[in-house]
Design a protein around this ligand. Structure first.
Ligand SMILES: [Zn+2]
Length: 144
């Protein structure tokens, strides 16, 4: 019996990865190439972020990747003084939901953004982050 090779690329995502095994591991390869992608259902057009391998609307798995639109709008945010286990050293940071029109994306705001500049409606873009240890993530930054 041969041992099947385990595809755990997702364990490289973010500061702490809670999900090592998924069917959307190509997300990590795209991040390493500097692209933030979601998935779109070829049957009904539904878009997903985080990416999904299955569509909950048409109940099938005929999905394709798409690049997030380049500019989004800050929909809501929360600045954290306390963090979940594993994220304490990242404090303080701000989590946010950004509306990219066809899809809404959850993530962190650029830490260098001062609190006075953060406001609902702010125009933002995603930026891929290369973290220590070969880990990758993304964050939202103001348009330069
Ligand atoms: Zn669908």
């Amino acid at each position: 019996m041969t041992e099947k090779e385990i595809d755990n690329r997702f364990s490289k995502f973010g500061t702490v990865s809670f999900t090592g095994l998924t069917r959307v591991n190509d997300f990590i390869d795209h991040l390493q190439q500097g692209r933030v992608l979601g998935t779109r259902c070829r049957t009904c057009g539904a878009r997903y972020f985080p990416p999904r391998a299955d569509c909950c609307k048409s109940l099938d798995s005929d999905m394709e990747w798409f690049d997030l639109p380049s500019i989004g709008t800050l929909l809501t945010y929360s600045s954290l003084s306390y963090a979940p286990a594993g994220f304490g050293e990242d404090l303080p940071y701000t989590i946010a939901v950004v509306d990219f029109g066809s899809v809404r994306v959850f993530g962190r705001l650029d830490r260098s953004l001062s609190a006075e500049k953060i406001a609902v409606g702010l125009r933002l873009r995603t930026e891929v982050l290369k973290l220590p240890g070969g880990r990758v993530s993304y964050e939202f930054r103001m348009l330069s």
